[in-house]
Design a protein around this ligand. Structure first.
Ligand code: ZN
Length: 280
């Protein structure tokens, strides 16, 4: 806020361009730095030792061009029982983390498909693409904010005793305009993230090849997200695909990859007429 008012007072009419640049830089810093420098303030991170989990994750990371040497686990169970993980950072801060709920509640295929999803975010550069797309929304928000404040002050500025756009008394008005804008553009923001989340799902299915594990984890998300919303509800309110969308995609993937079917199915004789095999 201090920086923003500094910009407003020094740069005059073009303040909203530089204001949006400031906000984009701030968002970038928070999203790129938070996982490595801020998250550890709230949770304890330690190197995952269990080779049964660590080895397949690092194997998948190497196969997908991710330069990771360790996997970290963190104690998210002290805040909730939600399963989650992330692959984050850039340059020297690259890090694969998964939370203890995932370790305690899930099978290896479920962990693998979750990590495949997170690796998808990393490989597909979703942090940077998201920043560009939200950057556009932020520029529009600031342009609107500039227009709305000038419009309101020209009419009611004197009655409100607000002496121009550089007066801190303009802050409540700015908060109302910004809140209203981001409320009305909820479907835009949600669609940006939901689209990338679906891409990460598809990446995870292809990387981990665990469609059943994926469907199981999606069911767990049903603990805090409605699994089967209507299409309009999903479009407006969902920042991730619904459980129904994700499970349908996993089952479609499974149907198109018969070679990954369970060993029981693979071991079933195909063309013999032996007992137990129906002939239809
Ligand atoms: Zn995701």
């Amino acid at each position: 806020m201090v920086l923003l008012f500094g910009i407003v007072r020094r740069l005059g009419k073009t303040w909203w361009v530089w204001g949006s640049v400031l906000m984009i830089v701030f968002t970038a810093l928070v999203s790129l730095i938070a996982p490595v420098y801020i998250s550890p303030l709230f949770n304890q991170y330690k190197i995952l030792q269990d080779a049964r989990v660590k080895d397949p994750i690092l194997q998948m990371a190497r196969a997908n061009g991710i330069p990771a040497k360790d996997v970290y686990e963190f104690d998210a169970s002290k805040q909730s029982n939600r399963v989650s993980a992330n692959v984050s950072g850039f340059a020297g801060t690259m890090r694969i983390s998964l939370n203890d709920n995932l370790l305690n509640r899930c099978t290896l295929p479920e962990i693998e498909t979750t990590m495949g999803h997170e690796m998808g975010h990393y490989v597909l550069n979703h942090a940077y693409k998201g920043l560009v797309m939200f950057g556009v929304v932020i520029v529009i928000a600031f342009a609107l904010l500039n227009w709305a404040i000038n419009f309101a002050l020209a009419r009611w500025g004197e009655a409100w005793d607000v002496r121009g756009i550089g007066d801190v008394a303009v802050l409540p008005l700015a908060a109302i305009v910004f809140s209203l804008f981001f409320f009305l553009t909820t479907p835009v923001g949600n669609t940006i993230t939901r689209t990338m989340e679906f891409e990460a799902d598809m990446y995870g299915l292809n990387a981990a090849r665990q469609p059943d594990g994926e469907a199981n984890v999606d069911m767990m998300l049903g603990e805090y997200r409605k699994l089967d919303p209507g299409p309009v509800e999903e479009f407006i309110f969902y920042d991730h695909p619904s459980g129904r969308t994700r499970i349908t995609a996993a089952m479609q993937w499974k149907a198109e990859h018969p070679e990954t079917a369970s060993t029981e199915e693979l071991n079933r004789p195909l063309f013999t007429g032996t007992a137990g095999v129906s002939k239809n």
